[in-house]
Design a protein around this ligand. Structure first.
Ligand code: CP
Ligand code: NVA
Length: 305
């Protein structure tokens, strides 16, 4: 990879995405081949928000490459309060080889990348979740084959996950539709960037407030929680506003009959998705969660070269 860090889905080109998917596929099929590829390397994992998948897949991932992970939770370094982002970066760059950070403001992640000499990976900010989008499109590629011209519809909040899906999908030639309630659309600058890339790679980007129309003809239907981490106080209001955007069997029926269902997880069953959909044959959410491991191993391998 040309980029030194992976902060945004835009840090990876189309060719690099395709090579990364090939590598992840090989890593998934031949785990033993890569047991020493990052031997002796250390990964610091900074978490200012809770996590199951990101924590486990990064920790297990670096171990499967011959390295080791160090978990730094919110109470360990108390980023920006006990110690500045700059000082944390200048310390860690002398101690570890790579940093993954999950935080609130996206600027904390970009600042860390500006200050530290070692690669920084975005493990989720309020603005993007680029590792998630890698696993999502890798999963879609595994199940559906060639991605060019396929349609993915994201239904729900125009949040961090939606942003990374738009930016990654555009570069892979996937037609991405995002259906949200009014006022909850993805950020305009992200949509503009995605449209520019989509134009170059023969894809389309559509933003709509009509979930049923948005899902029509989709090869993949995606949703995420209505209130993200940090938005807990808005949960009740959002539940009311977002309820017409629930992914239930009625909405799934508008997509192609062989459409898959994706969700980054954790899911709030009965809210953004019904049990009937998430537990259906069409749902590939646990394969998608497992694939976080494989794509992130490939990513760390590339950034540590
Ligand atoms: N999808 C995802 O990032 O899960 P966690 O919040 O559990 O890491
Ligand atoms: N949008 C969700 C994703 C969790 C993986 C959040 O930010 O909480």
């Amino acid at each position: 990879m040309k980029a030194h860090d992976f902060i945004s889905a835009q840090d990876i080109t189309t060719d690099e995405l395709k090579s990364l998917f090939d590598l992840a596929k090989d890593m998934k099929a031949n785990r033993n081949k890569y047991l020493r590829s990052c031997e002796g390397m250390s990964l610091a994992m900074i978490f200012e928000k809770p996590s199951l998948r990101t924590r486990v897949t990064f920790d297990v991932g670096i171990q499967q490459l011959g390295g080791n992970g160090i978990f730094l939770g919110p109470n360990d370094i108390n980023l920006g309060k006990r110690e500045s982002v700059f000082d944390v970066a200048k310390n860690l760059e002398r101690m570890v080889d790579i940093i993954m950070i999950r935080t609130f403001a996206h600027a904390i992640c970009t600042d860390m990348a500006d200050y530290a000499k070692i690669p920084i990976i975005n493990g989720l900010t309020d603005h993007e979740h680029p590792c998630q989008a890698l696993a999502d499109f890798f999963t879609m590629w595994e199940v559906k084959g060639e991605l060019q011209g396929k349609k993915l519809t994201y239904v729900g909040d125009g949040n961090n996950v939606a942003h990374s899906l738009l930016l990654t999908g555009a570069r892979l030639g996937v037609n991405v539709t995002v259906a949200t309630p009014k006022g909850y659309e993805p950020d305009n600058d992200v949509v503009e960037k995605a449209k520019k890339d989509a134009g170059q790679f023969g894809a389309t980007i559509e933003i709509t407030n009509d979930a049923a129309a948005g899902v029509a003809g989709a090869d993949a239907v995606y949703t995420d929680v209505w209130a993200s981490m940090g938005q807990e106080s808005e949960a009740a209001e959002r539940k009311r506003i977002f309820s017409p955007y629930q992914v239930n069997s009625g909405l799934m029926a508008k997509a192609k009959s062989d459409a898959i269902f994706l969700h980054c997880l954790p899911a709030h069953r009965g809210e953004e998705v019904t049990d009937e959909v998430i537990d259906s044959e069409q749902s590939v959410v646990f394969q998608e969660a497992e694939n976080r491991l494989h794509v992130q191993k490939a990513l760390m391998h590339e950034l540590l070269q």
